[in-house]
Design a protein around this ligand. Structure first.
Ligand code: XMP
Length: 519
């Protein structure tokens, strides 16, 4: 038994386009639940009555490669409205008797399309006769099925928008889901509301009500434990469960000693005092420091911290008797099978540690209430659950904490210095209205000492590195450009106020080739 929202939805069949997640998000932004499934996994018999419309995504395949293992064509015979985007548009045409060929002119980037006919799909889309759209294809439909008609064309694509005269099938050669397509969301909205006749069912409020109900059904009278890190995901999970099952929830918060300044006090204050959640606070600073003594290899550090975290979590969870469930903050992108559609396997760069990877051997059933949500939806849900903006819009913080912002060996003295430097930096970002313009920022302490002069005295102290990046999802990143006045102010503040640092440098590398964290 697992959480099942059982909502009316738009099913997006993913053929491996880089934009598929965007389609799912656009549908949800319009207030309708959507789910993604790989083209290889979906079979016609799995299509349930709550699927009110299907979107076929773009992708790198060729329609002539599509055999029954790659796509169950019976899906096209179920009488459900279908919108094909790019490759999906070619599928619709091909399997309804049209022709698709490699075109002489590949179309990448912006193109103008001209309206030729009316259709529900383009209601209020063309506010002028020509519209700029984003194309990305080399194959194209060269002959329309007899039962289809053209609604719009571009110079290179005669059939840029098409519609079936006999079924609710619609195809667009361009990508309405990307922002470069002017008014593209209107196409998706017309498909959902006018053609599939859906009603909005996916606001933060809907999610809250539905998820609380589902959690109650799933958990019943049993106890649930949850590892709380104070980050956005685990905080939202905890508060959601708190609303659903109250005192049957037990949160365990482990202070590794590698947290940001005052973090443990804030977490205890917010979750125990304000939100009245059962919170077990474990101060394991000494244990972590002892295990990390003399370790400088980044991977060893990560492994030690991850394993010890799990050991401590298990130790404390055993103290709560008769626990049946473990709550985790798994998000939708973690689950989307389409990640493997493109087949790319990245080599392991770092062993990630987070509270989501808790022990399988604990034999607890999982509650993963966020597994239907994208990150921005989690944030909105958190606000709906009355979590403060401060928690909801916090920069990400890695599981291994300050350990990976301190290359070389870890000592109590270094942690203390680093906590202070990080605090000054983050506080300055907040004071100057920069915190929310930056995706993630932190201070690091490098294992080198350099010479400086303060007053008339020579100093020989650590080097502090500041990093601030902009990013969409942490996969790629660029460094943030500060004004000289800010850089000057923060470097002065850190050097003047923190004993142990006499030099500040700013990291100006992007990701790739660097990563966001130092280790
Ligand atoms: P990197 O350094 O790989 O970081 O460019 C990308 C994002 O992931 C965060 N990060 C982690 N988060 N456990 C986490 O929960 C980890 O072990 C971990 N390592 C890195 C990092 O802070 C950045 O946001």
């Amino acid at each position: 038994m697992s959480l099942d929202l059982n909502l009316d939805k738009i099913l997006i069949i993913d053929f491996g386009s880089q934009f598929t997640q965007l389609i799912a998000r656009r549908v949800r932004e319009l207030g309708v639940f959507s789910e993604l499934i790989s083209h290889k996994k979906v079979k016609s018999f799995q299509i349930k009555p709550n699927i009110k419309g299907i979107i076929l995504s773009g992708g790198p395949l060729n329609v002539y490669q599509l055999n029954n293992d790659l796509f169950d064509k019976k899906i096209l015979k179920l009488g459900i409205p279908i919108l094909g985007i790019c490759f999906g548009h070619q599928i619709l045409s091909k399997f309804n008797g049209g022709k698709v060929k490699q075109s002489k002119h590949r179309e990448f980037g912006l193109a103008n399309i001209h309206k030729k006919d009316n259709s529900q799909l383009i209601k209020n889309f063309f506010n002028k006769k020509i519209k700029k759209v984003w194309m990305s294809h080399s194959d194209q439909v060269t002959k329309l099925p007899k039962t289809f008609r053209a609604i719009a064309s571009s110079e290179n694509s005669k059939f840029a928008i098409v519609e079936s005269k006999t079924s609710k099938f619609f195809g667009v050669q361009f990508h309405p889901e990307v922002t470069h397509t002017e008014n593209g969301k209107k196409i998706i909205s017309n498909f959902i509301f006018l053609i599939c006749k859906m009603r909005p069912n996916w606001s933060s409020k809907d999610q809250k009500i539905k998820l609380i109900k589902e959690i109650k059904n799933l958990v019943g009278n049993n106890k649930v434990i949850c590892a709380l890190s104070g980050g956005v995901d685990s905080s939202v999970v905890a508060q959601l469960l708190n609303k659903a099952i109250g005192k049957k929830l037990f949160c365990i918060f482990v202070n590794t000693g590698l947290l940001r300044k005052n973090e443990e006090t804030q977490v205890v204050k917010t979750f125990r005092k304000k939100l009245k959640i059962n919170l077990i606070y474990v101060n394991a600073e000494k244990e972590f420091l002892k295990k990390l003594k003399d370790i400088s290899d980044p991977e060893k550090k990560r492994k030690i911290i991850g394993n010890l975290f799990i050991k401590i979590f298990e130790r404390y969870s055993k103290k709560i008797k008769n626990v049946k469930f473990l709550a985790q903050g798994t998000l939708y992108p973690d689950l989307i099978e389409s990640k493997s559609v493109t087949g790319s396997q990245t080599s392991k760069i770092k062993s990630h540690h987070n509270v989501g990877g808790l022990p399988k051997k604990m034999k607890l059933k999982l509650v993963e209430p966020l597994k239907f949500l994208f990150k921005d939806e989690v944030r909105k849900l958190g606000l709906e659950l009355n979590l403060s903006k401060e928690i909801i819009s916090r920069h990400p913080f890695p599981g291994p904490g300050l350990a990976i912002r301190m290359p070389g060996i870890i000592t109590f003295e270094k942690i203390k210095i680093l906590k202070e430097a990080d605090y000054y930096f983050i506080q300055a970002l907040k004071d100057h209205g920069l915190y929310h313009k930056i995706w993630q920022a932190y201070a690091a302490l490098l294992p080198v000492k350099t010479v400086g002069v303060m007053g008339d005295n020579r100093t020989y102290e650590y080097l502090c590195l500041l990093r601030a990046i902009t990013s969409e999802d942490g996969m790629t990143a660029d460094f943030f450009e500060f004004k000289k006045s800010f850089s000057q102010m923060i470097s002065n503040k850190i050097v003047n106020n923190i004993r142990g640092i006499n030099r500040v440098v700013y990291d100006i590398t992007s990701k790739p080739p660097s990563t966001i964290e130092l280790e």
